[in-house]
Design a protein around this ligand. Structure first.
Ligand code: PHE
Ligand code: CO
Length: 276
């Protein structure tokens, strides 16, 4: 069962829209099958972000990139990355065939297994962030059992932290979200553009805020550090899910009276369509 094309299982309506769901098995990384062009594409994209991210990505991310020795030519071998990663935080990178159903994804996280490279893996070397990701996986399994709405609340937390989070570091505002660090355009936009809101992280606020999947974010939430994030997510979310069930969700670009506003976006260029 090695190196076969992903097998599409079905289409499924998810919070990211209508997407194909693929076979769920872990596969061997097909490293020997990558073409010269694929390695060159990796190198081009990697080099571009490597030059752009110093002074933009948080120091924990930059330290992770350096520790892995990434960028020494071609698509990295997971087996080599795993020697560093397992020794540091007991995480492991595995290859999978496609987009996983939620519960399979949570199970991987809960067992410290990840499968998405550039943006995510450097931070898995950070012990606090590594623990947060595992806790998130366990929380995901729990929310999955509670129901669709709880899962949506929790997915927003992932979106606004793991994928699109900013950090108010000692050196200034920095990126830690994987969806930002892997994008040249959003690495610049998220920090420099006057368009989006940048609002202090608050767990209930984040879990009740819709998001954009088709444009840059209208709002970024800013944590102080990973300890704050980890502490805020420590309590049992069950009562929070129940409370949020009674309240309307906020639009992606809303600014509320209680918000700690770092910057209020000028909304220039915002799309009009509905957010997720
Ligand atoms: N504390 C959360 C719960 O009770 C679990 C969780 C931890 C979720 C960390 C996300 C991140 O469900
Ligand atoms: Co991602």
């Amino acid at each position: 069962m090695k190196n076969t094309a992903p097998r599409k299982v079905e289409h499924q309506q998810t919070d990211r829209g209508y997407v194909p769901v693929y076979a769920t098995g872990v596969v061997e990384q097909p490293w020997a099958n990558y073409s010269k062009t694929e390695h060159e594409v990796w190198d081009t994209l990697f080099q571009r972000q490597r030059e752009l991210l110093p002074g933009r990505a948080c120091k924990e991310f930059m330290q992770g990139v350096e520790r892995f020795g990434l960028g020494d030519g071609g698509i990295p071998k997971f087996s080599e990355l795993n020697q560093v990663l397992k020794a540091a935080t007991q995480w492991e990178i595995v290859a999978v065939e496609g987009l996983l159903p939620d519960e399979v994804f949570f199970d991987h996280l809960a067992n410290r297994r990840f499968h998405d490279m550039f943006g995510h893996v450097p931070l898995l070397l950070n012990p606090v962030f590594a623990d947060y990701m595992q806790a998130y996986g366990r929380g995901g399994m729990k929310a999955f059992k509670i129901g669709r709405e709880a899962l949506m609340n929790l997915t927003r937390l992932y979106w606004y932290t793991v994928e699109f989070g900013l950090m108010n570091s000692d050196e200034g505002l920095r990126i830690y979200g994987a969806g930002i660090v892997s994008s040249k355009g959003e690495s610049i936009y998220s920090l420099d553009s006057p368009s989006p809101n940048r609002i202090g992280f608050d767990i209930e606020r984040v879990m009740s805020t819709r998001y954009r999947i088709d444009t840059y974010q209208q709002t970024y939430f800013v944590i102080e550090n990973f300890e704050q994030l980890f502490d805020a997510t420590r309590p049992d979310f069950t009562p929070i899910y129940a409370k949020l069930h009674e309240l309307p969700a906020h639009a992606a670009g809303d600014v509320l009276d209680d918000d700690r506003v770092f910057t209020r976006g000028d909304r220039v260029g915002w799309a009009n369509g509905a957010d997720t």
